[in-house]
Design a protein around this ligand. Structure first.
Ligand code: NI
Length: 172
């Protein structure tokens, strides 16, 4: 397992629409291991493959509270199949937008479907943090970031900040 470098805004890779995974190969299993290790190291509760630069529809998540009881999830080709009318507001962050947190409104409950590493199709209901996390991660597969839900003013402000930081890094 390898910790991979994270893709950070304003990197345009984060705007790519990721391609479906065609089959569970050794390469896919290794990628899942690397994604989990990168996510736990960060630390974060979710990671999409594109966040380590791989444009395929794969997500890792672990919303368990305790480090002693890890509940790693690997979602292949995940999709939301139902979302509640009721919304909830949750403060979100993103490993591709370090140290930036803002409140985002999303459906309170969702049902999602994915393929697991055994190739089985799984359908699962989610509320709370899991519901927020799975919606946030599936957005990544479509090139959508949580800052897209904020006002233009807030989004422009955070983009400008990270563009400046990227320039400084390039110039250093
Ligand atoms: Ni994210």
């Amino acid at each position: 397992m390898t910790i991979r470098p994270l893709v950070i805004i304003p990197d345009s890779k984060l705007r790519l629409v990721s391609e479906p995974v065609q089959g569970i190969t050794g390469e896919i299993r290794r990628l899942a291991d690397d994604m989990l290790e990168t996510m736990y190291d960060a630390p974060g509760v979710g990671l999409a493959a594109i966040q380590i630069g791989v444009p395929i529809r794969m997500v890792t998540m672990d919303v368990s509270k305790s480090e002693d009881e890890r509940q790693p999830m690997v979602l292949i080709n995940p999709e939301i199949v139902w979302a509640s009318e009721e919304k909830r507001i949750y403060e979100e962050g993103c490993l591709s937008i370090p140290e930036y947190y803002e409140e985002v409104e999303r459906p309170d409950r969702v049902r999602f479907r994915y393929m697991d590493l055994q190739g089985e199709t799984v359908e699962q209901d989610a509320d709370g943090l899991l519901a927020t996390c799975v919606q946030h991660e599936i957005d990544h597969l479509n090139g959508v970031l949580f800052i897209d839900y904020l006002s233009k003013l807030k989004r422009d402000r955070v983009m400008t900040k990270f563009k400046k930081a990227a320039k400084r890094e390039a110039g250093a």
